[in-house]
Ligand binder design. Structure first.
Ligand SMILES: *Cc1c(COP(=O)(O)O)cnc(C)c1O
Length: 379
């Protein structure tokens, strides 16, 4: 695979996403395209749907990928369920819940929020109390908050929502492919994700799955979705029913996702979750040895995205610069209330191996040491 005009630097993507992509995914993406109406395209698309059900943990018929990034999936879910005046409850404990809030408001939703500091999660009792008090029609939460490193499965939220007759939108953007999302068991009505985080593919597609209850609601709703592009009725017709033109889906991205999902299938979904969990433990052990502590309590951590606290007297931007300039390693810092306070370090996909984790910890230790501000250097 050579090109005369593009020569990207070699990177090790240890950030929150995009994450490292396996070589065979790039090979798949270099194959010649077919049209978005070609029988081969729909064959690939069917294969993707089947494999997506396994990683989502669902038997939902309505499961496919939206042409757009994770935010496209978010917009699809929200524009499908939120109409003018719809009462929406948001569990707000990070950046992406804020984005969901904004989108729901733009759809005309009447949004109420239960807020927690970044890095915390909600107890089942808090969820129940909030939902019983506010009587929403739609409930939204983020399963893996990439801005904080906190994970909440969402089972209690979904139970309380269903008891109140509400539908649940769950953001599983970072958890899908690396942690057990368990859509059906958890009770999420619409879950969406992206391709460039836990699935270790390139950005550009947004897998989504819709429960029969939510599908029924969408079928019965009186007003059309305000978004034409993200209208699930039209998309369902294109992908699954008539195969008539809706938009020109990218065969290249579909090839890439098909290969990335095939790699997950080969490894085994459960084995892949276990590998991420083990590498998370190895990573945490390593950073704790360096004297660092984790921002999120042990029982609520996303395993594929770690948020160690920046040690006192360390310049986090300098650490990131050393890693990128000298080792081609990308990690990210915190932002919003966590700016300068945490690192965001993804250990996922091809980089979630002992060899990569140990190599990373070695250069990370060196970069931390060299990034102490003068006042704290002890001689
Ligand atoms: C990355 C992310 C998104 C947005 O995905 P894009 O692909 O950047 O549009 C949404 N929610 C969460 C939790 C994310 O981590």
């Amino acid at each position: 695979m050579t090109s005369s005009s593009i020569h990207p630097p070699q990177r090790f993507l240890f950030g929150p996403g995009p994450t490292q992509v396996a070589p065979s995914v790039y090979t798949a993406m270099s194959q010649t395209i077919v049209s978005h109406l070609d029988p081969y395209f729909f064959e690939v698309s069917e294969g993707i749907q089947e494999m997506l059900r396994a990683v989502f943990g669902t038997s939902n018929k309505l499961t496919f990928s939206i042409s757009g990034t994770g935010s496209g999936g978010m917009e699809t879910a929200i524009s499908s369920l939120v109409e003018q005046g719809t009462r929406v409850c948001v569990f707000a404990n990070g950046f992406f819940c804020d984005r969901m809030t904004e989108m729901a408001k733009r759809q005309g939703g009447n949004v109420v929020r239960l807020e927690k500091p970044w890095g915390e999660v909600f107890t089942d009792a808090e969820a129940k109390e909030f939902i019983e008090r506010e009587k929403p029609q739609v409930v939204m939460f983020v399963q893996a908050e990439t801005s904080t490193g906190a994970f909440q499965q969402g089972t209690g939220i979904c139970k309380a929502a269903h008891d109140a007759g509400a539908l649940v939108i769950g953001d599983v953007v970072t958890s899908l492919g690396a942690m057990p999302v368990k859509v059906d068991e958890t009770g999420i009505d619409i879950a969406y994700s992206c391709t460039q985080k836990g699935l270790s593919c390139v950005p550009g597609l947004s897998p989504i799955t819709v429960s029969p209850r939510a599908a029924e609601f969408i079928e019965a709703r009186k007003t059309p979705n305000r978004s034409w592009y993200f209208d699930l009725k039209l998309l369902n017709d294109y992908y699954k029913v008539s195969h008539r033109y809706h938009h020109t889906a990218s065969a290249t991205l579909f090839y890439g996702l098909h290969e990335a999902l095939s790699l997950i299938k080969q490894e085994g979904v459960e084995q892949r979750w276990a590998r991420h969990r083990e590498m998370h433990h190895e990573f945490v052990k390593g950073v704790e040895k360096l004297g660092m502590r984790m921002h999120v309590p042990v029982e609520h951590r996303i395993v594929n995205l770690n948020t160690p606290v920046v040690p006192e007297g360390v310049d986090d931007a300098k650490v990131r610069k050393i890693l990128l300039d000298e080792h081609g390693i990308e990690i990210m810092g915190g932002f919003g209330p966590l700016a300068g306070k945490v690192f965001r370090i993804g250990v996922m996909g091809p980089l979630a191996t002992s060899e990569h984790v140990q190599k990373f910890l070695k250069v990370f230790a060196d970069a931390l040491e060299r990034s102490r501000t003068a006042a704290t250097v002890t001689k």
